[in-house]
Structure formats: structure tokens, C-alpha cells
Design a protein around this ligand. Sequence first.
Ligand SMILES: [Zn+2]
Length: 366
Amino acid sequence: MSDPATVSESLLTARLYPWHRSLWQQLAGDQYKLDNFPHALLLSGLAGSGKKALAAYLAQTLMCHAPVQDSQNGSLQPCLQCRSCQLFNFGNHPDLFYLSTPDDKKVIPVESVRDLIQWTVLSSQLLHKKVVIIEPADAMNQNAANSLLKTLEEPAANTVLILVTSKKQSLLPTILSRCQSIDIALPEPAIARHWLQEQGIEQPELMLALAAGSPLKACDLANENAQAVRKMVLDSILQIASGSDDPVSAAEQLFKLTSSKKTKTAKSKAGQNNISASAFDIIYWLDSAWTDLARISQLQALTDARSFISNIDYEQDLQQLLNRLYLKKLLQLSDSVNKAWYEIQGSVNFNLLLEKLLINWKDCLK
Ligand SMILES: [Zn+2]
């Protein structure tokens, strides 16, 4: 059997976000709930809803030897003092098995699930609950998922399995039927904005709109480099529309961003002249801009188009293109962008792909 820590547990950060609080009351409001916790739980929700952090927080609480009451709402939380909490925080808990995709793969292989199953029958090292987190659960291929079924149905005593996914619909019905399912919603915009402000995020309303309501994604997007890339992509689109740039040279400029070396430090310190982007980033913002335009175009009868789009700071620029737009061609362009998502995962010539998309964009305009 290989080392149970197939993926380092240090990648798990236990955290209860403000928008999880009422859900937490249901899950772990009191000791009775913890003692009678379901043996298999499925946490699902959109990307950026914080479900992985919640799964980790739940694992830490379930394994804690002396959970304490929250002074505000009385629900239980990990004590952070006991041996279990300390091992958890070191990312080295012997009674936690975190199963995720290996670094170089997109799939959780059946062998890893077999290792997990062998691990579940071992006794708890700390003589308390054992917890398994499988994240993302949709990364298990059919063989892997099938081999987990028996364990889900009859788990070893004192073992809790927590499956985490943002693609619940792609899980096998046999997996779904064996888990208690909890859906994590994105927070109300006001709660999300307040939280973003607390994190020191500037322009929280814009970041939240760009992240389709996900506060965690909004945090990711709120850095200088990401915003500079977005600006370049949107400005390119507008410049092609106004005739001040042509698709081929705009494609070349955007393509150059992908050849800048991107290190973590460079990313956070990137200035206007040192911005870098992946093909994924560029397609993301093209998709975002064109989707906004299609929405504004289809919703122009509504006065409040702003609440349906992402790039709210470009609303006026996009509005001005409406009477020049062939909507049918724009929708075809959206199809091409959808294909581009797949193409960039292969060995496509990205410069040519960008040229093609931007030439198609020019054709969308009268
Ligand atoms: Zn503890």
C-alpha cells in the first residue's frame, strides 16, 4: 500500500466562511449531530463557494477530541488545542485521508481508491473518528467510483467519508444514492461584498460581478495582473470594433502575454509592462466580454442590464456596439469560444486560434 497521503493534506485549509454559518448549524450545531453524523456526505456547490474549506473544517471538527462552543451562536468548532487539532494543522493527521487528483493527472485512479479502502479498515491512530475527503469526487473515473461503492454503503466504524464536487450531475447515481447530499449556495451579494471588503479587496462589486457571485473567485481575480490582462483583452475587442486595431496585430499582442514567464512573485508584482497570462486567462476574458455583449443585446428591453453582466465597468462601451452587432454571428462566435476551451488543452497554435476568433469578432460588426 502506498503512503495514504496521496496528495498532501497541507493543501487543505479548514475554514468556515460567513455564508456557511447556517449550514454549519445544521451539520454540527451540537454534540448529538456530531455523534450521529452521516457516514457519507456529499458537499456540492459552484466553484468558489468554499466547499473544500468547509469539508476540511468539518473533518477537523469531527476528529477534534473536545470541540468547543462558538460564543456567538453556540455551534461547535474545533478546539485547536488537542493533539488531533494540532496534527491537523500540521497537515499530518494519521486519521485523515485526503484523496485528490495526482499533480500531473485530471483523474483519481482506481489504485488510489483501493489504497483508500485498505486504509479505512485500519484502526484509528488517535482512537477517535477517521475522516476521508475525496475532492473533486467527480474526478473518480467509473472504475474508481465503482470500487468505492461498498465502502460508501458499509463504511468502517467511526469513519466518515466527505465527497466534494462542483459537478454533482456527473457523479454516478449509485454514488449519489449512498451519500447525504448538501448543496452549498453562493452567498447573497451583500454578504459577499462585505466579506470582500473585510479582506481588503478594492472594487468588491466589480470583482464579484466578474466572478459570477463567487467571493473566493473574486479574491483570485482581484490582483493587478489579472485585471491588467482583462483590460488588454477588452480594450483589444473595442479597438478592433472602432477600427483602431486589426485582429491580426491584436491577436499577436495578446499572444505575447502567454510567453512572459509567470512566477508567483512576478504575478503579484506584475506591473503594466510585465503582465502575463495563460491561454486560459485570455479565453476566459474574451468569453466573458462576448457573453456580456450577447446578454446586453438580448436583454436590451430591460433597463437593468448591469445586474446580468460581468464587466460592469465596460457596460457603456459594450452598449455602444449594440446597433452595429449581428447577434447571430456573435452567438456563433460564442460557440467557437466554447470549442476554444477544449482546443487550448491540446496542442493548438494559440496565436492562430486568437487570430481566428478576433477575425470572427470583426465579422460580427456592421
Ligand atoms: Zn481539538
